[in-house]
Write a protein that binds this ligand. Structure first.
Ligand code: PGA
Length: 229
């Protein structure tokens, strides 16, 4: 599973349509900015959103309704990206409400977890993010592990394979705690942070991750083609 997160890019519809066309492959989830969602027609890839609100309609200026996203054809919604947590003060409690709203409409939330810290403190933070945002019945999800410093527009420090595996284990163990063994096993865990066409093969072979959440490289036609080849 490859999730392309364009973030607040590109700035024109023409560029968006060009990127969408090359990205329209099986097992891809394409997450453009809201304003392009209705214009992008995909044949093979899934359409996803980068965020949503937890209410379906009402007096919430500037927010985007999960019901509107569903009607627009979205199957996935990224929830709790570190940029939303950090720049827009999203809390685990808000993330919990967003996840519930998506699940009620049968859209799959891609829940981002990760920390700026290392070692035990990182473990604690990831565990807390999962505990506070996931209810027992919220099993139909994808979890994206994104260490904050690994994101290309932050420091772009890619963790070692061993560090990624450790985080994967922390997440798996916590999911078992919350959902039980059987249901936890069905949750896909993906990695995000400076993944590109050069390193994706190594990550796939060595980390056993179920997929990747890709930002910067999803905006370059050459990169997209190589990643999906
Ligand atoms: P990056 O972004 O691939 O540019 O590091 C990943 C993300 O923030 O989702």
């Amino acid at each position: 599973m490859i999730v392309f997160n364009w973030k607040m890019n590109p700035t024109s519809l023409n560029q968006a349509l060009e990127l969408a066309q090359v990205s329209d492959k099986k097992n891809v989830v394409l997450c453009p900015p809201f304003v392009f969602l209705s214009k992008i027609k995909l044949k093979k890839a899934w359409l996803g959103a980068q965020d949503c609100f937890w209410q379906n309609q009402g007096a919430f200026t500037g927010q985007t309704s999960p019901l509107m996203l569903k009607k627009m054809g979205c199957s996935y919604v990224i929830i709790g990206h570190s940029e939303r947590r950090r720049l827009f003060q999203e809390t685990d409690q808000m993330i919990n409400q967003k996840i519930k709203a998506c699940l009620l409409l049968k859209m799959k939330p891609i829940i981002c977890v990760g920390s700026e810290k290392k070692g035990q403190s990182a473990r604690k933070e990831i565990e807390k993010q999962l505990e506070k945002s996931l209810d027992k019945q919220a099993q139909n999800i994808v979890v994206a592990y994104e260490p904050v410093s690994a994101i290309s527009t932050n420091k772009g420090i890619i963790p070692t394979v061993q560090e990624i595996k450790q985080a994967q284990n922390i997440i798996k163990t916590k999911l078992v705690d919350i959902f039980g063994v059987e249901k936890a096993r069905k949750v896909k865990i993906i990695y995000g942070g400076s993944v590109d066409s050069e390193n994706i093969k190594r990550f796939t072979d060595q980390t056993g991750m179920d997929g990747f959440l890709i930002g910067a490289a999803s905006l370059k036609v050459k990169e997209i083609k190589k990643i999906l080849s």
